[in-house]
Write a protein that binds this ligand. Structure first.
Ligand code: DAH
Length: 339
């Protein structure tokens, strides 16, 4: 067989096989078989040097032609496979590739904290209720026995909106909204956002979260209040947590207390989180003042009640050892992804 005949034969054979290839893998195999350095085409080309000087140019040209033809055929097959892959990805799915993780959202650390707090109090028989963020002066202050123009109002720097509307500065007023609608017994947890016109720094922000809890019934005592707060703290922070009740003043309570937790970061030795006091304040509480009952028509001879207001941000900071409250509100994913 002459060289040209051999080229012809190789052409027929190769074109046939390339055209009938139906998978990428077959095509790769054919490429190796015919077009690689040790493939059939290269092997045939080596015979070129045995030809005479007159034969060589035509034979070389013919061989080149075949090489181009096979290269083009290979390329067009490859691209037709790629197109098919776009249309029907299933056909070429490579099961050996590593999986692609789908992006999973998470709850904000404050939401996680809030959910946990609610869960614990829910277990102690509290219902959940909510009030509006935009309030009136009446609910935010008057109904809770804050005297008109009394410095007590300055304890909570307020954002004033139009007319008589303000952004609520605390959640205690949900007590009054509920008392107006319901008769005792009421045992309620009211979580939500509150707003204060305060200088922004690592420890205070213009908005934050509170959870208000209150229970009114016959024979509710301060001991009951201590009981639920200690039970909550043990559940939330761990069994060996220590609480400290300090006398305080809130116009809607009598008596009033503030509750500190032994710093869980330094165990009371003193660190930057507790400002070297060994204790961190986490809530205000007390027995509901008879003035509040009066304004909603509850019989204060018959009923007593306690209330407490927890700072959610504060306890989230303690739990997760976060030293700057602003991180909660900046939506920086580098921060949020850690929870
Ligand atoms: N509302 C108070 C505040 O924002 C916190 C508070 C204190 C809530 C005493 C209470 C309470 O229910 O009894 O500072």
């Amino acid at each position: 067989m002459t060289f040209l005949e051999k080229v012809e034969e190789l052409e027929k054979e190769a074109v046939n096989k390339f055209e009938s290839a139906s998978t990428l893998r077959e095509l790769e195999e054919l490429k190796a078989e015919y077009l690689s350095r040790k493939g059939k085409f290269s092997t045939l080309l080596r015979e070129l040097k045995e030809l005479s000087a007159e034969e060589k140019p035509r034979a070389g040209e013919r061989a080149n032609f075949l090489k181009r033809k096979l290269d083009e055929l290979l390329q067009s097959k490859l691209s037709s496979f790629e197109k098919r892959e776009e249309k029907a990805p299933g056909e070429f799915f490579d099961f050996t590739l590593p999986g692609r993780r789908t992006w999973e959202g998470k709850l904000h650390p404050l939401t996680q904290t809030l959910d946990r707090i609610i869960e614990i109090f829910y277990g102690m028989g509290f219902e959940v209720a909510k009030g509006p963020d935009i309030e009136t002066n009446y609910y935010n202050f008057d109904s809770l026995n804050f005297p008109q123009d009394h410095p007590a109002r300055d304890m909570q720097d307020t954002f004033y909106l139009a007319d008589d509307l303000i952004l609520r500065t605390h959640t205690s007023l949900v007590q009054v909204r509920i008392f107006e609608k319901r008769k005792p017994p009421v045992k309620i947890l009211a979580p939500g956002r509150v707003y204060r016109h305060e200088a922004i720094n690592a420890r205070s922000y213009c908005l934050f979260y509170q959870v208000e809890g209150f229970y009114v019934d016959e024979n509710v005592t301060f001991a009951d209040l201590k009981g639920v707060l200690v039970a909550f703290a043990r559940e939330f922070f761990g069994k060996d947590v220590e609480l400290r009740f300090r006398a305080s003043f809130f116009p809607f309570n009598e008596p009033s207390a503030e509750v500190d937790i032994r710093c869980i970061i330094c165990k009371g030795k003193g660190c930057s989180v507790c400002k070297y006091r060994g204790w961190v304040e986490i809530l205000g509480a007390g027995m509901i003042d008879t003035e509040v009952f009066k304004s909603v028509g509850y019989d204060s001879e018959k009923y007593t009640g306690y209330a407490f207001g927890l700072g959610v941000d504060r306890i989230a900071m303690l739990k997760y050892r976060i030293d700057d409250i602003r991180l909660f509100y900046e939506n920086d994913l580098r921060f949020l992804r850690q929870f």
